[in-house]
Ligand binder design. Structure first.
Ligand SMILES: NC(=O)c1ccc[n+]([C@@H]2O[C@H](COP(=O)([O-])OP(=O)(O)OC[C@H]3O[C@@H](n4cnc5c(N)ncnc54)[C@H](OP(=O)(O)O)[C@@H]3O)[C@@H](O)[C@H]2O)c1
Length: 326
C-alpha cells in the first residue's frame, strides 16, 4: 500500500485526491517500482480537466524515477534493486509505489540522480523526437532557424539546449521577459515575449523575411495562425500540445501559398517498443551525461501538495521541470 493521487471526476486542481492504493505483485511483463521522485507534465492537466478523457477513477502521472522492487515473468532488461526512470502509459506515477508495464522503464545511468531522471524522461524524450525525428522535407542542417514556443518550460528548456548542441538557430517564444532571458541563457539564439510582441512579425524580421523551416507548437489555439505565418516555403508545422486550448480546425487550402506541411505528434507513438524507447533514452542520457543538456528542476513540491503544483503549472508560474516528492 502507498499514497497515490487519484481523480474520480474531471475538473480543476481540487479534484486531485490523495488515496491509499495497493500495488500488487507484478504480472507478466510488469515491474513494481518504489518512486523517489515524480515528474509533473502538462498532459496531467489535460487528463485532469477532461481535454483528454480516460476511464475513472484515474491515478494520474506519466513520469517518475525510483527503484525496482519486484520483476514479473518475461522481463529481462530489469532486476530487483535497479535504479530506473520512465515516461509511460498508463498514468499512475503520482504515487509512492506502483506496478506497471516494464516496456518503457529504463535503467538510470549512475551519474543521473532520481530527481533528474523524474524531471527529464517525458520532456527529454519529447525533445529527442521533435529535434531528431520530425524532419522538414528539406532537412535540417546546422545554422537553420526553427521556432519553439513556450521555450522556458519543461520541454522547452531541454529543446533550447539540445538545439544549440545540434547547431540550430532556435528562436524562442515565452510569456515574460524573465522567461525569454532564461531561454537565451539556455541556448536560444533569439527570444520573443509573445505576450507583448507579434511573434510572427518578429520571426520575419529575424530571418530577413525568409521564415523558419520548422515550428514546434505546444501552445495550440493562441499560436496556430502565427505559427503558420512564421514558416518558410515547404516548412513543417509540428503541433504537439494545447496549453492554451486545442488548435482550430483548418482547411488544407490555407497551406497552399507556401506548400506547408502539418503534423500532430505524440511521444507515445514513438515509444511503442522496448528497442525504440531504449534507443531514444540512450540518446537523451548521452546529452545529459555530456553536460550539453542540463535538466533544470525549478520547482519541487511534496506529493501531497499536488493541487498547488497543478495551479502553478496552469497559471504559467513555472519554468523548466517540476517534480513531486513522495
Ligand atoms: N505531444 C507530445 O508528445 C508532448 C509531450 C510532452 C509535452 N507536450 C506538450 O508540450 C507542452 C509543454 O509541456 P511541459 O509539461 O513541459 O509544460 P511547460 O512548458 O512547462 O508549461 C506549459 C507552458 O505553456 C505556456 N502557455 C502558453 N499559453 C498558455 C496557457 N493559456 N495556459 C497555460 N500555459 C500556457 C506557458 O509558458 P509561457 O508563459 O512562456 O507562455 C507554460 O509555462 C505542453 O503543451 C504539453 O502538452 C507534448
Amino acid at each position: 500500500m502507498g499514497i497515490a493521487v487519484q481523480i474520480s471526476r474531471h475538473g480543476g486542481p481540487e479534484v486531485l485526491e490523495l488515496v491509499q492504493a495497493a500495488a500488487g505483485e507484478p504480472g507478466p511483463g510488469e515491474v513494481r517500482i518504489r518512486h523517489k521522485a515524480v515528474g509533473l507534465n502538462f498532459i496531467d492537466v489535460y487528463q485532469r480537466s477532461g481535454l483528454y478523457s480516460l476511464p475513472m477513477p484515474l491515478n494520474l502521472g506519466m513520469e517518475a524515477a525510483g527503484v525496482v522492487e519486484a520483476v514479473g515473468e518475461g522481463v529481462t532488461h530489469l532486476s530487483e534493486g535497479d535504479r530506473v526512470a520512465y515516461a509511460s502509459n498508463p498514468p499512475g506515477s503520482y504515487s509512492e509505489v506502483r506496478t506497471m508495464p516494464a516496456m518503457c522503464v529504463c535503467r538510470l545511468p549512475d551519474a543521473i540522480s532520481f530527481e533528474t531522471g523524474a524531471a527529464m524522461m517525458l520532456k527529454g524524450l519529447t525533445a529527442q523526437y521533435l529535434l531528431k525525428k520530425c524532419m522538414p522535407v528539406e532537412g535540417l542542417t546546422p545554422g537553420d532557424a526553427v521556432l519553439f514556443h513556450a521555450a522556458a518550460g519543461g520541454v522547452g528548456l531541454i529543446a533550447c539546449q539540445w538545439a544549440r548542441a545540434l547547431g540550430l538557430q532556435l528562436i524562442a517564444t515565452a510569456g515574460s521577459d524573465e522567461k525569454c532571458a532564461l531561454a537565451l541563457a539556455n541556448g536560444a539564439a533569439h527570444a520573443i515575449n509573445y505576450r507583448r510582441e507579434n511573434f510572427a512579425e518578429r520571426v520575419q524580421e529575424i530571418t530577413a523575411g525568409q521564415g523558419v523551416k520548422v515550428v514546434y507548437d505546444s501552445v495550440g489555439k493562441d499560436t496556430w495562425e502565427g505559427s503558420l505565418a512564421s514558416l518558410r516555403r515547404f516548412g513543417l508545422m509540428v503541433s504537439f500540445g494545447n496549453a492554451s486550448g486545442p488548435a482550430p480546425a483548418f482547411a488544407p487550402a490555407v497551406l497552399a501559398a507556401k506548400s506547408l506541411y502539418v503534423t500532430r505528434q505524440t511521444l507515445f507513438a514513438h515509444i511503442t517498443s522496448r528497442e525504440a524507447t531504449q534507443a531514444m533514452a540512450d540518446d537523451l542520457f548521452a546529452v545529459v551525461e555530456s553536460g550539453a543538456v542540463k535538466i533544470h528542476i525549478d520547482q519541487r513540491y511534496a506529493l501531497a501538495d499536488v493541487q498547488q503544483a497543478h495551479r502553478d503549472l496552469e497559471a504559467r508560474r513555472t519554468t523548466g521541470s517540476t517534480i513531486l516528492l513522495p
